[in-house]
Design a protein around this ligand. Structure first.
Ligand SMILES: [Zn+2]
Length: 420
């Protein structure tokens, strides 16, 4: 049955004059078409028609009509970077931190990634799946229709496979579209005694080939940072990943600039995530990557403002990135250690309040540009006829800016996924 929402206060197309574009960069992030006084029709899970109320079809038979007075229709949110499979939250570590303990002290008392890894080892797939499904429902309730989920709390072949299998099972059970990323190179297991090369070798010769053969992974990822993995490890990892046609997404430049961004660009990353710490050279190299005419996908920068809020570290220089005529995507980074929230509406607020994006730029970052970070830009992240009807109907609000303005509020009345 067809559904039509009428009398909408506004409809955010995320398209500029109906032009097709893969992502919005620079000025165009703020310069896309908003239709005031609009309608939209969904049929068989797809967007069937939309436009100005003056052009709204009159037929009413066999059509469910919803009155959208005072409300906006937006493309549903897309979360291109999460770590949603974990056994337990780490609120106790947060409590310790709020009592003044340092990271070192918390880690020494059994906290951190290695703690999450121990908990994964002792959990079974069904338990992990149940908690993942709860988290997915939460993210759907805050408007997320599609998301990427990383492994990385396993750190052994068995535990990493366990996480990836849980993601695969979730893919088959929920309406949200899910991509799976193998982040074996998240931290060094204690058993490797400081030998990062040996662990990367284990990932490349054992884990990655198996997981790719088993159809468990869409992307590969690595945490490139001082005292973690190096740009050279990105090269080695990608050398194997490209044999299996698994593209790279990379954690780079969170705390320091050690060449991770450049290595990710060189290895044709689909996105470069974090970028809280960027030198002038990093900015220039990223610009160069977008100016080049090479035919492969561009490495879209992805900011994770929830992590900056939680860890109280600098925010990715989003304003500067956009002012350099680059695109910017934003994701939640939802994970138990450094960003325990999947609420992209809150990330939208942080993008405006802390990174100085305009409300329209913030929306572009969690919709159309987030779709590009996952290679899904033709299918979602904007409003066009014939694509899947993944949409957010807001509550009655005064204007679009009210969404990021009212931080911490959920102004979503309904999230449609494939028209449902
Ligand atoms: Zn992350």
């Amino acid at each position: 049955m067809r559904t039509r929402i009428e009398n909408l206060k506004g409809l955010a197309t995320l398209r500029k004059n109906d032009q097709n574009c893969d992502f919005l960069a620079g000025n165009s992030m703020d310069d896309w078409t908003m239709i005031d006084d609009a309608f939209i029709e969904m049929d068989s899970g797809l967007i069937h028609d939309f436009g100005d109320m003056n052009a709204c079809p009159q037929e009413t038979s066999n059509i469910k009509i919803i009155d959208g007075t005072g409300r906006f229709i937006l493309p549903a949110f897309i979360d291109s970077h999460t770590h949603l499979v974990y056994a337990h939250d780490r609120s106790e570590e947060f409590n310790m931190r709020m009592h003044g303990l340092s990271y070192k002290e918390i880690a020494a008392s059994g906290g951190g990634i290695l703690n999450s890894s121990k908990q994964i080892m002792s959990s079974n797939e069904d338990q992990l799946l149940d908690s993942l499904l709860d988290r997915l429902e939460k993210s759907r309730n805050t408007g997320t229709a599609a998301l990427e989920i990383k492994s990385g709390y396993g750190l052994t072949a068995d535990s990493e496979r366990k996480i990836l299998r849980v993601i695969k099972r979730a893919k088959a059970q929920v309406s949200q579209k899910i991509w799976s990323t193998f982040l074996g190179a998240h931290a060094l297991p204690l058993s490797y005694n400081g030998n990062h090369d040996a662990y990367i070798e284990e990932i490349c010769s054992n884990m990655l080939p198996q997981f790719a053969d088993e159809g468990l992974i869409d992307f590969i990822d690595i945490f490139c940072e001082t005292n973690y993995f190096s740009p050279r490890h990105i090269d080695i990892l990608c050398n194997t990943a490209c044999k299996f046609n698994v593209p790279l997404k990379a954690h780079v430049n969170q705390f320091s600039s050690i060449g991770g961004l450049q290595a990710a660009i060189k290895n044709k990353a689909w996105s470069v995530d974090h970028l809280e710490f960027m030198t002038k050279q990093d900015h220039q190299d990223l610009q160069k990557a977008f100016q080049s005419n090479l035919s492969y996908r561009k490495p879209i920068p992805v900011a994770l403002p929830g992590c900056s809020l939680f860890l109280d570290i600098p925010y990715t220089p989003g304003r500067q990135i956009i002012d350099s005529d680059l695109p910017l995507a934003i994701a939640s980074d939802c994970n138990p250690g450094s960003a325990p929230s999947s609420n992209l509406g809150l990330c939208w607020s942080l993008a405006c309040h802390k990174m100085k994006l305009t409300p329209k730029e913030g929306l572009a970052a969690i919709t159309t540009n987030a779709a590009y970070a996952l290679g899904a830009e033709k299918k979602m992240g904007h409003i066009s006829n014939g694509i899947e009807a993944n949409l957010i109907l807001t509550k009655p609000i005064s204007n679009l800016a009210f969404m990021p303005y009212s931080f911490g509020e959920n102004n979503i009345e309904h999230t449609f996924i494939a028209g449902k």
